[in-house]
Structure formats: C-alpha cells, structure tokens
Design a protein around this ligand. Structure first.
Ligand SMILES: [Zn+2]
Length: 449
C-alpha cells in the first residue's frame, strides 16, 4: 500500500507539478491583480467558452443559441439556462453528462462520497485538475510567502491501514515536501506521537479539516505541549468560531477555504478574515428559493469555467451564504461572502420548526467540561439527540447543563436528550459533522483534490 501510494504521489508530482503547475500559479497570481472590469471581461470570455462546450458535449444544451459576443453572456445565461441541482445529475444523466453518461476508459471521474444514497460523479478534464491545484496553491502562496512550502496534511487520506495499531501513522512525500498524517489514527493515545512528528517536520502550513485541526489543538492542550504552525488551512467542513478560537490560541492562524467536488465555486479567506469568491475559478450567483438573485442569504449557484469535458452550468449547491458588501482591506477585487451557514439538509429545527443556527448551539457547550467530543442530531421533527463522548471525569450534571443551556441560550422549544457514546462516526471521507439532520436524505458534497 505504501509503495502504491508513494508511486501515485511521484506520478502526480512528475505530471502535475514539474511541467504544468508552476506556470499556472504565475498566471493566476497575475490575474488576481486585475481590476474589477478586467476580471469581469475575463470571466465573461471563460463563460462563453464553457457554454460552447456545454452546447457541443451535453445533450441538455444542444439547442442553445449561444451568443457570439461575451459581453452579454451573464444576461443570456440567466434567461436561457435553468438552474440545475444534484438531483438533475443523478436522474438525467444522459442530459448533463457527455457521451450519454458513459465515462471513457481513461476518463478522470471525480466522486463525492454519499453518506446515504448514490455518490455523485463528475467527469473532469486533466486540464481542470491542474487548474484546481494551481488555484489551491495560489491561496497558500498569497499568505505564506515561502519559496518551497513545507506542508503537513491531516485530512481523511487513507494512507495507513485502518487496522494498524502502531506508528508510523504517516508518510513523508519528499518530492512535495509534505508530511501526510492519517487523521483516522489520531486519538488520545497516539496524540503525543502525532504532535512530536509534526514538530520535528516543522511545517509552514497545516492542511486540515476544521475538526482534525481542532482535535490536534485539544490534544496539545491536554498534553500540555507547545506546537506552532504559522498557517492552518481548513476546508471541507463547517468551521465553527469555537474551533477557530481554540486552534488559533494553540497552534496558529486559521485560513478557511471553501470548495466542493462539483468544483463550481471556490472561496478563499484572506489575512483580514474575509472569504473571497475567486471570480476566475467559476461564475457564482447567490439565488433565493425561486432562483432569483438576492442580497439576502441564498443558495450558492456556480458555473464551471475550466472543465472542458463536463461543464456544470448554473449548478445549485445546498450551501447558503450572502454577499458581503464593501471592499476588503487586503486589496483584493474578488467579491466577498459571509461565512457559509451550513448545508441546507443539515439545518436543524426546534419543535416549532424554527431553524436553529449551529453557531448559536455552540453557546450550550460553553463552560461545560468532561466531554471529549459531541454531535447534535435532529432525529425527528420533535426531537434532538446530543451525543457525547465523555471523559473519565464526566458526571450526569455535565449533560444536564447542556440541556439547560440549550433552553436558556438557544430556544425554549428544544426537546433533546443526552446519549453517551464511545465514538462519533466520521463519514466515508473521514469528515465530521457536528450538527446533523438525520431526518433528511442527503448526499455529501466533498472537496477532494
Ligand atoms: Zn480580503
């Protein structure tokens, strides 16, 4: 397994980084300096190209009369291209996939892991994968001004067999200067070894899920150790304010990244803690329930600009946010959005069917001790379960305090019970959902470069 993984990494490096990536990053760095009008023109020309590809390759757009001029393209899209969803991709495959939905032998197929139901597939061009990597690296380099970045990765990578019970739980990818750690093996017992190997490696950046960086920070505190990493790049899960606070007070500055397997939107956090939509990555709209543009909170809808195999046109995600007005002090011309408020399917409701913000729920846990991990799940329209992994000092009064706090700080109309568990399962990709609505069927969207 090690050999295969190392070979894959070597192959990826040779193909991607040496010959292609560096030039693309330079191009992207120049693009990030364009003014608003120049960026708009560039985006329009990419959009026009994507639409031509869609017309040629995807049955759903065969009859589209694509304009010749790019300046009117956004107006054209909003009046001629319907908003599509994951449901459309799953049920009308012959319409929205090239070649009637059949992948060629060498076709690159990106997959999002489904927690329930069918995983979603997206065909990707080789070129789009190179661009994806270049965009991610542009984000790192915009903050971390180091020529060769040393990177530790603590995400869901399956690099060590799950049955393995002794170190090393990591591999070193020398060519990319990367230490890849198996977050699935990070426990109270192994935490000292993880912290020690990361310290020894001395990375410039840590790439992590918010939950794995938070877990690492908690173990650093528990073991009374010190570890400093200048930049923590989080992605793939909701980043909660309490997680950011603990990680920043313990390890280093957090910069969040928003993306997904469908690759229709990318937002990167700058040093002023604003999330910027990368306008040269995709075309993003924020639309209300009736698919009209809104300045209030709405759904993120994105159109691919770089996938020449299977462009997604006006693809609606279940993530919600709103535009943030004004200009950022960082000087970037990319528009800003408010933090993503979570997946629509994972919104949970009180017994009066009032939606409850996960950030608000964090108040119920403030000052409550003796809990190693928790999860808040809606199991029916009238009931929540608070799953707790207790520490050895846990008393039933700790759980009662949470229930009391929920009523006091969150909503009077919450009917919840405490459930003590040995562990809280992660998703197939090793991700952790703190707030989860188990009454809805959902398919997980996943960012997986
Ligand atoms: Zn900024």
């Amino acid at each position: 397994m090690f050999i295969v993984k190392k070979f894959t990494l070597l192959f990826r490096f040779l193909l991607l980084d040496v010959f292609f990536i560096k030039r693309r990053i330079n191009t992207l760095e120049l693009r990030s300096k364009l003014d608003i009008d120049e960026m708009n023109d560039l985006q329009n020309s990419f959009l026009l190209k994507s639409l031509h590809i869609a017309k040629k390759k995807l049955a759903a757009y065969h009859d589209l009369k694509v304009p010749t001029e790019s300046s009117e393209i956004k107006k054209f899209i909003s009046s001629h291209c319907p908003v599509i969803t994951k449901e459309d991709l799953l049920t009308k495959r012959s319409q929205y996939y090239p070649n009637k939905g059949k992948a060629h032998f060498l076709q690159i197929v990106g997959k999002s892991s489904g927690t329930t139901g069918t995983p979603l597939e997206v065909f990707r061009s080789f070129d789009s994968i190179l661009w994806e990597n270049a965009f991610v690296k542009r984000h790192w380099q915009s903050l971390c001004n180091v020529k060769t970045i040393r990177r530790a990765t603590l995400r869901g990578d399956k690099i060590v067999d799950s049955s393995q019970n002794k170190k090393p739980y990591w591999i070193y990818n020398k060519i990319e200067n990367q230490l890849i750690l198996s977050s699935r093996h990070l426990t109270k017992e192994t935490s000292k070894d993880f912290i020690s190997v990361i310290k020894q490696f001395s990375p410039d950046i840590l790439q992590a899920y918010p939950s794995t960086a938070f877990q690492l920070a908690q173990y650093v505190i528990d073991n009374q150790l010190v570890i400093k990493i200048p930049y923590i790049f989080t992605a793939s899960e909701m980043l909660y304010p309490y997680q950011r606070e603990v990680i920043e007070n313990t390890i280093g500055q957090v910069f969040d990244f928003y993306g997904m397997a469908e690759r229709v939107a990318m937002a990167t956090e700058c040093r002023f803690k604003n999330l910027h939509i990368n306008s040269d990555y995709s075309y993003v709209e924020i639309l209300d329930e009736n698919n009209n543009p809104t300045d209030e909170e709405g759904f993120i809808v994105g159109t691919t600009l770089h996938n020449s195999i299977m462009p997604l046109i006006r693809y609606k995600l279940s993530d919600r946010t709103k535009w943030k007005k004004g200009l950022c002090q960082c000087g970037s011309n990319y528009p800003m959005i408010e933090p993503i408020s979570g997946k629509f399917e994972d919104i949970i409701y009180d017994t009066e069917q009032q939606a409850i913000s996960p950030s608000l729920i964090t108040f119920a846990f403030k000052g409550v001790n003796n809990i190693e991990r928790s999860q808040v799940a809606q199991i029916s329209s009238q009931k929540w379960v608070i799953r707790l992994v207790p520490t050895k000092n846990y008393r039933s009064s700790d759980g009662s305090q949470i229930l009391k706090n929920l009523k006091m700080f969150v909503s009077h109309n919450i009917n919840a019970e405490i459930q003590l568990v040995n562990e809280i399962p992660r998703t197939v990709a090793g991700k952790y959902r703190w707030v989860i609505n188990e009454t809805t069927t959902k398919i997980e969207s996943e960012y997986n470069v």
